[in-house]
Ligand binder design. Sequence first.
Ligand code: ADE
Length: 239
Amino acid sequence: MRVQVLTIFPELFGPFLATSLVGRAIEKGLLDVRVHDLREFSEDRHRSVDDEPYGGGGGMVMMAPPWIRAVRTLSEAPGGEQRPWRILMSPQGARLDEPRVRELAARRDLILMCGRYEGIDERVRQTVVDEEVSIGDYVLSGGELPAMVLIEAVSRQVPGVVKLADSVEQDSFRNGLLDYPHYTRPPMVEGLEVPEVLLSGNHAAIRRWREEQALRATREKRPDLLARAGSGGAAATES
Ligand code: ADE
């Protein structure tokens, strides 16, 4: 899976790409992430990427030419391969969820455009964006953290990245339900014991208990997911 990122703050990505699951995926060659500085695609000697808004008003607007030049350059696919799917991280996009993460992972070649929230010239959207993606209904100062969220979520779907194939299968949302509770040593914490069934060695009973607990957690914490499942929504149909 290849991900190319465009940002004016490439340094934000360093430790994220070197650590934990994403770091290991890159090390193993399962994931290829390249972070590009948008300023490299500016054409003036100050490397500017923003300017005052037409029509007045506060804040600067990111200019279209550096974005268009950058995305076109990164889109050049060797040997006539399909060009990358171009995503603008934006609170105006469709909200990311697990089914969408799986669809994006299947594309295998992404460009993530991290705008700063003050604004980006509308003609960027009109010319070099396939899709806008939001990570939630709140506004961040830029698309860098959302891009990291997307990278981590899609990389979990790349075969071999998560060690136990099982643990992706059993992740919250995989079957439209939240995860069941987990326990490890010590057996007693603050007077709270580990549920006995988990010590029983009876694997069928353990599986049943986990299914019940997942359903219960979903009912208590996210009843909207069950409502969606009941109405045949995405959560129900994904297996
Ligand atoms: N940029 C600023 N806020 C964002 C959000 N909520 N999702 C994606 N990109 C963003």
